[in-house]
Design a protein around this ligand. Structure first.
Ligand code: PNS
Length: 169
C-alpha cells in the first residue's frame, strides 16, 4: 500500500495547543507527518527557527510517525524533495478560509499532484493564534492552557530577558 507523507508547514512562532491538536489529527490520519518551520520568513519572529524546531520536537515525541524540520523556498519544491503528497493546514474560522484557499490553489497550480488537506482544530482552540499568544505574554497576561508548558516557560524567559534588556542602567 502507498504510504502517505504529509507536511504541516507554518511559522509556529510559537507553537500553540492548536498546532498540537492539528499535529495529533494529522499523525492519526497519515503514515508520516513532517512538521516544518518556514525559514527566511519576511516576518520578524520572536523565536529563532532553531528554537521553534526545538519547542516542536519536545512536543511531538509521543508520536513515532511525526518529525520536525525546517524549509526555505517554495513549499511545492520542498514537498517534492520529501516525496510528500499532502500539505496539511488548519482552518479555525471562516476568516482563515480566503488566505488558505488562495495558497492551496496557488500550490495546486505550481504542482497539481500535491493535495492540500484542511482540518479543524478542537473548538477550544478556534480563537487561538500565535500572534495573540505573543501579544498576551508581552502584556503580562497568562497563556496557560493555550500553549504547551515548555513553550510557556520559554515565553516567560524571553519576556524576562526583554524586560531586563530595556531596564535603564
Ligand atoms: O503559519 P503560516 O505563517 O500561516 O504559514 C505560511 C506558510 C509557511 C505555509 C507559507 O507562507 C508557505 O508555504 N511559504 C513557503 C513559500 C511558498 O511556497 N509560497 C507560495 C505559497 S502559495
Amino acid at each position: 500500500m502507498k504510504r502517505i507523507i504529509a507536511i504541516y508547514p507554518g511559522t509556529f512562532d510559537p507553537p500553540t495547543n492548536g498546532h498540537l491538536d492539528l499535529i495529533q489529527r494529522g499523525a492519526e490520519l497519515f503514515d508520516e507527518l513532517v512538521v516544518s518551520v518556514l525559514r527566511n520568513s519576511e516576518k520578524t519572529p520572536l523565536f529563532t527557527v532553531e528554537e521553534r524546531q526545538e519547542m516542536l520536537a519536545e512536543c511531538v515525541q509521543q508520536w513515532g510517525n511525526v518529525r520536525v524540520e525546517s524549509f526555505e523556498g517554495l513549499l511545492v519544491d520542498y514537498a517534492r524533495s520529501l516525496g510528500a503528497q499532502v500539505v496539511l493546514r488548519g482552518i479555525r474560522a471562516v476568516s482563515d478560509y480566503e488566505y488558505e484557499l488562495q495558497m492551496a490553489m496557488m500550490n495546486r497550480r505550481l504542482d497539481s499532484s500535491l493535495e492540500t488537506v484542511f482540518m479543524m482544530p478542537a473548538e477550544a482552540y478556534s480563537y487561538l493564534s500565535s500572534r495573540l499568544v505573543r501579544e498576551i505574554t508581552g502584556l503580562g497576561g497568562t497563556v496557560s492552557g493555550l500553549v504547551p508548558p515548555s513553550v510557556e516557560s520559554r515565553l516567560r524567559a524571553r519576556l524576562r530577558n526583554a524586560r531586563e534588556a530595556s531596564r535603564p542602567v
